[in-house]
Design a protein around this ligand. Structure first.
Ligand code: NAD
Ligand code: ZN
Length: 363
């Protein structure tokens, strides 16, 4: 089959690789119908994630069709149309038992395109299929559910829910990339009084307005702290969400939060940030961090099914999956291309790589 393969920092190619096979009875093989690229894939390509070995297929967000199931897979059948969670769950370790799937110690967690081959391919092996796949409700398109693999649950769980957003709150979101914008979308589910989005890029701030931000601040031109305090009667934001992942934005979010408020960090940080405890100790502030668990996928699916949430607005560019190399270029050059999420549509798989669909499930 064909797949997008990482060959070390700065190097990727669209290669011919062996088809995935069932390795454990809890595995399923999925034909990828629709996939997407994440900011983390770019981090990997920069060499920021050294655990990723050269030769690994990238990608952890996709929708597909089951073509083979291991003998122990009981909840899914060949032909099922499924959303693949970016987080795999063994279902039985201490953390999976408390729905903290991101921290799974039983071989799950964030493994796709990281510790095992990922989903930017014609086919993929999904470990712990019963716990890591979700049936796509009939009538919904791949694009409607695709962003539930990672970014919607990330912004919802690690931003909005960890931040404890309540009706009437002022929510300040630092960063208007896909994660910050998904935080705007999912914060709105809780009817905040005001959503303020802060970014350096006017194009992204314009998007934030489209997504429902009430106020946008370009912190390259304007003092964001001053403006947020003016808007909140000198108190600060009830919830500040950090959705960038650099020291400056963590430190900014910590300055924006009111006494008794919450700073919810979503950004992935590669460098230490300064925690100004000398200012924060007296403010009753809560700081949360986290890796997404994707425990809210069923809830988000039902919101989409009922017309309450429409993540398709995040898709700005569409390619066929065999144009993945070009799609990466467009996604990586977001300042110029204005890309948010690029959609990779699976092609009709060439006959020589086509997996033979067994008539009965085999291990
Ligand atoms: P992105 O790079 O597309 O967007 C980041 C935005 O931050 C951009 O719009 C950029 O203009 C803005 N920005 C950069 N520096 C800034 C500054 N100093 N002040 C204000 N704005 C600034 O990234 P994304 O895909 O939206 O992801 C955001 C973060 O979330 C990343 O760090 C990503 O790795 C992380 N993430 C975390 C999890 C998790 O489980 N915690 C999951 C997925 C992604
Ligand atoms: Zn587990």
């Amino acid at each position: 089959m064909k797949a997008l393969v990482y060959h070390g920092p700065g190097q990727r190619s669209w290669d011919t690789v062996p088809n995935p096979t069932i390795q454990l009875p809890t595995d399923a093989i999925v034909k990828i119908d629709t996939a997407t690229i994440c900011g983390s894939d770019l981090h990997i390509l920069k060499g920021d994630v050294p655990e990723v070995k050269a030769g690994t297929i990238l990608g952890h967000e996709a929708v597909g069709t089951i073509v083979e199931t291991g003998a122990a897979v009981t909840k899914f059948q060949i032909g099922d149309h499924v959303l693949v969670s970016c987080i795999t769950s063994c279902g039985s370790c201490r953390f999976c038992k408390e729905a903290r799937y991101g921290q799974c110690t039983g071989g799950g967690g964030w493994i796709f395109g990281h510790l095992i081959n990922g989903l930017q391919a014609e086919y993929a092996r999904v470990p712990f299929a019963d716990n890591s796949l979700f049936k796509v409700p009939s009538g919904l398109t791949d694009e409607q559910v695709l962003f539930l693999s990672d970014i919607l649950p990330t912004s919802f769980e690690v931003g909005v829910l960890n931040g404890g957003v309540r009706p009437g709150d002022t929510v300040a979101i630092v960063g208007a990339g896909p994660i910050g914008l998904a935080a705007v979308m999912t914060a709105k589910l809780y009817t905040p009084g005001r959503i303020i989005v802060i970014d350096l890029d006017d194009g992204r701030l314009a998007k934030a307005k489209e997504f429902g931000a009430d106020v946008t601040i370009n912190n390259g031109r304007e003092d964001a702290v001053k403006r947020v305090f003016e808007l909140t009667g000198g108190l600060g934001a009830d919830v500040a969400v950090e959705a960038v992942g650099v020291p400056a934005t963590f430190e900014l979010a910590a300055e924006l939060v009111r006494a008794g408020g919450t700073l919810a960090n979503v950004g992935v940080h590669g460098k230490p940030a300064t925690l100004h405890l000398e200012k924060l100790w007296i403010k009753d502030v809560t700081i949360t961090t986290g890796l997404v668990d994707t425990r809210t996928i069923p809830q988000l699916l039902s919101l989409i099914e009922n017309g309450r949430l429409d993540p398709t607005v995040l898709a700005t560019h569409r390619f066929s999956i065999d144009e993945a190399m070009e799609a990466y270029d467009v996604f990586a050059d977001a300042a110029k291309t204005h890309a948010l999420k690029v959609v990779l549509k699976g092609t009709a798989v060439s006959t020589e790589t086509k997996l033979k669909v067994p008539t009965t499930a085999t291990a």
